[in-house]
Design a protein around this ligand. Sequence first.
Ligand code: CU
Length: 268
Amino acid sequence: MFRFLSFLLFPVLGYAGGQPEKWQLSFQQPASPLMEELISLHDMVFWIITFITVFVFVLLAYVCVRFSAKVNKKPSKTTHNSLLEVAWTLIPVLLLVVIAIPSFRLLYKQNDFSNIDMTVKATAYTWYWSYQYPDHENIEFDAIMLTDDELSEDQPRLLATDNPLVVPINKNIKVLITSDPTGVIHSWAMPSFGVKTDAIPGRLNETYFNVKEPGMYYGQCSELCGYGHGFMPISVKAVSEQEFADWLEFAKTEFANDKFKNDNIAAK
Ligand SMILES: [Cu+2]
């Protein structure tokens, strides 16, 4: 019953953050300010669409009954009505303007890279993601999906990786996204961050996000890239600034040998 109600109310109900839920409809709980704005724009447009649909449906039903041949034995010769014609031209124009203003503002914000705190680079391989920290001595490691046997209790199936991308909270983090030069097109998508950007061989795309709360967040490759498409998830761990500094120290020794491995894969 609750699921049914939540379907009716889906634009106003939130879901647990960071990952998809069973029987979930609509968006994940937003984890970044950008995703919050995307959802409020969606909700605004949703109610406008609902109003128009109901209004047109009621109008049609009224016309069918009120102006049927049965009720109107002698057909009316009415043709034009200036006021009505001006109104049904102007009202849709105004509605489009109301939608366009917040829409363009948000589109601009999604591409505004003027206030970036740090950069990471995500490279797609068949079939896993590899991450690099150009601002932090080029730490580099692969993120391989955990198999069912490797999962711990709190890790979701097909979403958890052996190494998450670790980032500090409340920072604007730019992600440079590309794909293995000998590979195919993938897409780096994090639903709760409001981010989805294609990873294309030979081309460097960019996006950014800002995580508000510490925690684990999950996404997936979102471009049909081949038989391993469903098995190259993205896991992001958002931590405090101090924890991030500690992790950097750990990562410098932990992943010291990974760079060589990645160079070899790229060279193949
Ligand atoms: Cu892929």
